[in-house]
Design a protein around this ligand. Sequence first.
Ligand code: ZN
Length: 312
Amino acid sequence: MSLPQKVTVSEVGPRDGLQIEKTMLPAADKLRLIEALADAGLTRIEATGFVHPKVIPQFADASEVAEALPRRPSVRYAAFIPNRRGAERAVAAGVDDLKCGVAASDTFNRLNVRMDTATGMRSLEEIAEVAAGTPSRVVGVVATAFGCPYEGAVRFEEVDRLFTHLVGLGTDLIYLADTTGMADPSAVKDRVTRLAERHPDTRVGLHLHNTRGLGLANALAGLECGVTDFEGSIGGLGGCPFAPRAVGNICTEDFVHMCHRMGIETGLDLDRLLDAARLAQDLLGRNLPGMVLKAGPADALHDPEGTREKVD
Ligand code: ZN
């Protein structure tokens, strides 16, 4: 088993996380959370989505948030972009990374961005055209890469076809998204290994959800086959409005905690990530599913005198 020495964590809580939350955070609160995430050392933060406010009302303030992002030389900000109009708005607002993708399932793609997969692919070409010659770059995503709740199994050949198309648009990093938590460690190893062999010049990233409790197991499978780009959401917040009963992404600080325990560098400050997770809880007024948030890091010592409550 050879593990990478260092991984890059991309935080998607302010976008993938907040889009499903019932509480609509004002832009100022979103920006506070984003600043806390940058303070923890995150250098990749997906801050918003340039989608029509009728589809996802939580991002009606996308331009306002993007224009007020706390700019730091080391941090690249991303936004989810479904079409040309979204790309134009994001480029105008100075977004660094245009996250755009297509679902390997037609039905899911229609629900998610109101286009079938073929139309979605044409839309990606338009987004790449808008980005060309600007400082913004395209980062690709193949959604429902491990299965679709409406169509069931997704063939590897279909994932590879979309992946290949994204490679052709000039993106050097493409995330496989387990949008609705249908992956398992064997499937992760199989798809990642085959794609990496077929596309040696493109990094295969993983965007995992913990829908069925397999999030970190799937992330470990990715680490074991050399993946160095992972997405997570702070506190494990989120879900997907078009995925029945989906839960959030893998929890950023739980993944970081695991990496640090295994000697894998992330460049992140776990304590400050936990501060950001607590801030997200306060802003949303609910407990988030993150486990380290509840239990504390494994190396935190407890006062034996202070542990008087019954443990069952
Ligand atoms: Zn997601």
